[in-house]
Design a protein around this ligand. Structure first.
Ligand code: FE
Length: 290
C-alpha cells in the first residue's frame, strides 16, 4: 500500500456577491453565483441569497434541476405538489430534486422574515427527468465533526470519514465549516471536483488567498493524483468565520435555462412550459398557510 500526500489546491477565482432588490418577492437579495458563465461553475448553476418577508416565492414550478436551500435566519415555510409542507429553521436544509416536475412555494413563516441561501445543482441529461424527490436535512440530522476550534457540518458526501445525510443523483460534497479565529480545516477533495467556498461571516484565507465575507472562492479541477486538499483558515481575529463549501465534478453537457427550468435544449425548455400549462406538473396545490 502506498500513502499519497494530498496535493494542495489553489484558488483560481474570487468573486464578490452582487447585492440587489427589493423585488416583487424579496426585500433584498444577492447573487452569489451568477448563472452567466456555467463553464466556470459547473456542476453549480447559480446561488442566490434572499431576505424576504411577504410575499416570498409563491407557487411556481421547477424541472431538471436540484435546489439546495439553507436557512440562515428566520423561518422558511414551504409546501409542494408532492404534499410536503413544513417550517425550516436556521441550520435546516431543504434538498429538492425537481426532476420531471414540481410546484412549490417558499415563504417566510407568518410573513415574518426568512434569510436563505439557495444553490442550484446541475444534473446530467439522463437525470434531468428523474422522479421528483424531497429531502429535509434538519440541523440535528447533519453529521458533525469537531476538532479544537473547528466545527464541520457534513451535509452531503464524506469529509474526514464522516458522511452526510443527503442522497445524491450526482456526487456532491457539501460542508458548512465554522472556524474560531486562527483555526483551519483542510478537507480532502477529489482532483476531478470543482469546489467553491462562500464566506458567510468572518474572513478567511483559502490555500493562502484572502477571501472576505460575501466573497466566493473557486478551485477548478486538477490533473493530479488523488486526493487534493484545500486549506480554509479563519483569519478574523474578533469573531468566528463560517464558510459553505461545495464540491463536485463538472458535468460538461449543454445547458439551457428557462426561468425555473434547466434543461439541455431549447425544445426541452419549451416542452417544460407546455407541460406546466397543460397541468402535467399537477394542479397548483391548495394548502393553508401554517
Ligand atoms: Fe423554487
Amino acid at each position: 500500500m502506498t500513502t499519497s500526500v494530498p496535493v494542495s489546491r489553489k484558488i483560481d477565482r474570487v468573486r464578490t456577491k452582487a447585492m440587489g432588490g427589493p423585488t416583487e418577492q424579496v426585500d433584498k437579495n444577492a447573487l452569489v453565483i451568477s448563472p452567466e458563465n456555467v463553464s466556470q461553475t459547473d456542476p453549480f448553476l447559480l446561488m442566490a441569497e434572499d431576505w424576504f418577508s411577504s410575499p416570498g416565492f409563491e407557487w411556481h414550478p421547477h424541472r431538471g434541476v436540484e435546489t439546495v436551500t439553507v436557512v440562515l435566519d428566520g423561518v422558511l415555510e414551504h409546501g409542494d405538489s408532492l404534499g410536503h409542507a413544513g417550517a425550516l429553521e436556521p441550520g435546516d436544509i431543504q434538498w429538492m430534486t425537481a426532476g420531471r416536475g414540481i410546484i412549490h412555494r417558499e415563504l417566510a413563516y407568518r410573513n415574518e422574515h426568512a434569510h436563505t441561501l439557495q444553490l442550484w445543482l446541475n444534473l446530467p441529461a439522463d437525470k434531468r427527468m428523474v422522479e421528483t424527490r424531497y429531502q429535509d436535512l434538519r440541523l440535528a440530522d447533519q453529521a458533525t465533526l469537531e476538532a479544537p476550534g473547528v466545527l464541520v457540518r457534513v451535509v452531503s458526501g464524506t469529509a474526514s470519514g464522516i458522511t452526510g445525510p443527503a442522497e445524491n443523483h450526482w456526487p456532491i460534497t457539501g460542508l458548512i465549516v465554522t472556524l474560531e479565529p486562527g483555526s483551519s480545516y483542510s478537507p480532502l477533495l477529489s482532483p476531478e471536483d470543482r469546489a467553491f467556498a462562500y464566506v458567510l461571516e468572518g474572513n478567511a484565507t483559502m490555500a493562502g488567498t484572502a477571501v472576505a465575507e460575501g466573497q466566493v472562492a473557486w478551485s477548478d479541477p486538477m490533473d493530479v493524483p488523488d486526493p487534493t486538499t484545500l486549506e480554509i483558515r479563519g483569519t478574523d481575529p474578533e469573531r468566528r468565520t463560517t464558510v459553505i463549501l461545495f464540491a463536485g465534478k463538472p458535468i460538461r453537457e449543454p445547458i439551457v435555462f428557462g426561468g425555473p427550468f434547466v434543461m439541455g435544449t431549447r425544445d426541452e425548455i419549451e416542452q417544460a412550459y407546455r407541460d406546466f400549462r397543460h397541468g402535467k406538473f399537477g394542479p397548483i396545490p391548495r394548502l393553508q398557510r401554517l
